[in-house]
Design a protein around this ligand. Structure first.
Ligand code: IPM
Ligand code: MG
Length: 370
């Protein structure tokens, strides 16, 4: 590569720094053996930023994120900060990044690795070979809709309210991403909403239908209500290729899809903005798992979702498919050789620590080639 690309690394809280530590070893390996050089700049986000600066994301870190070629994110939050007022919560740091970077398309693949078929709580034949992609709208809907708040009514009781709102362009741009990605896969999109009870759902379905007729007729399109989709995901997940849905349904359905793979510790994600005139798009990569306060500090967290997030970064932000494939192959190899962190281990199996999983990945990379 020409000038080094700039990566902002935000490990965050809980297990975030632990899993990121292993990914940084892999980043170093690529710099050394594959000449994939990045300028890494590390910053604080979430509770870590709050403790140091009194805000979950400083304006400087926000500016660094806007300036970076990609952001590699860990996880935020923890019981220590649970009782803070809404605007100070660690999660606000992440939501601000998503909103101000305009990362409207959140790609959450759920892929079942063959050796992990037994780690899923579903029967092997239901999940074996599963490969689906949830595309979650990430900058709209009830997460950001106005008005929102808690007010006191004249009789002294309170009323809490949020607004679910979507515009045609917001729906179109995320659906475009879904159709485009489906073409590179099995060519099928399922659009998910609650058009039976929500106006925003009616508009969502209509807009996706119109867009499909106008631009994407070559892709198979189906519609599904969100509750049915949750049920279908555990009944027969292999019916899906690409699912496109709003911010809140995407949040819930992606947790559900994650468990099909055996563990939340196996799910990466990419959050992408619109390409500018030069084709560059803002992007943030993060594991779907959160900060997991219950296991933080114990050195047992699974670093693979963070590592797959790095692989997605190589693929989507830097067009380094060969290097991304190498990361993915190292992961498959290590799993095939039986290495398991506790979250993906079957009962009674021996497990490795976060650091040992990192060791195994580096060893596999060495063996796979440079
Ligand atoms: C996710 C998380 C976040 C969300 C939280 C941490 C704000 O659950 O990325 O799925 O709700 O979007
Ligand atoms: Mg979530």
């Amino acid at each position: 590569m020409a000038a080094n690309k700039k990566i902002l690394v935000l490990p965050g809280d809980g297990i975030g720094p632990e899993v990121m530590g292993q990914v940084r070893r892999v980043v170093d390996w690529f710099a050394k053996h594959r000449a994939v050089g990045f300028d890494l700049n590390e910053g604080l986000c979430g509770g870590a930023a709050l403790d140091k600066h009194g805000t979950p994301l400083t304006d400087e870190t926000m500016a660094d994120a806007m300036d970076a070629d990609a952001v590699l994110f860990g996880s935020v939050g923890g019981p220590k900060w649970d009782d803070l007022p809404f605007e100070k919560k660690p999660e606000r740091g992440l939501l601000r990044l998503r909103k101000e970077m305009d990362l409207f398309a959140n790609l959450r693949p759920a892929v079942v690795f063959d050796p992990l078929v037994g780690a899923s709580s579903l029967k092997p034949e239901i999940v074996q070979g599963l490969d689906l992609l949830i595309i979650r709208e990430l900058t709209g809907g009830v997460y950001f809709g106005e008005p929102r708040g808690i007010e006191t009514l004249p009789d002294g009781t309170k009323r809490g309210f949020d607004t679910q709102v979507y515009t045609t362009p917001e729906i179109e741009r995320v659906a475009d991403v879904a159709f485009d990605l489906a073409r590179k896969r099995r060519n099928k999109v399922t659009s998910v909403e609650k058009a039976n009870v929500m106006h925003s759902g009616v508009l969502w379905r209509q807009t996706v239908t119109d867009l499909h007729a106008a631009k994407h007729k070559d892709v198979e399109l189906g519609h599904m209500y969100a509750d049915n989709c949750a049920m279908q995901l555990v009944r027969w997940p292999k019916q899906f290729d690409v699912i496109v849905t709003d911010n809140l349904f995407g949040d819930m359905l992606s947790d559900c899809a994650a468990m099909l793979t055996g563990s939340l510790g196996m799910l990466p994600s990419a959050s992408l903005g619109a390409p500018d005139a030069t084709g560059r798009r803002r992007a943030l990569y993060e594991p779907v798992h959160g900060s997991a306060p219950d296991i933080a500090g114990k050195g047992i967290a699974n670093p693979l979702a963070e590592l797959m997030s790095y692989s997605m970064m190589l693929r989507y932000s830097f067009d380094l498919a060969e290097d991304a494939d190498l990361v993915d192959q190292a992961i498959s190899k290590v799993l095939a050789e039986g290495k398991r962190t506790a979250d993906i281990a079957e009962a009674g199996a021996t497990t490795v620590s976060t650091g040992q999983m990192g060791d195994a990945i580096l060893d596999a990379l060495d063996r796979l080639g440079r």
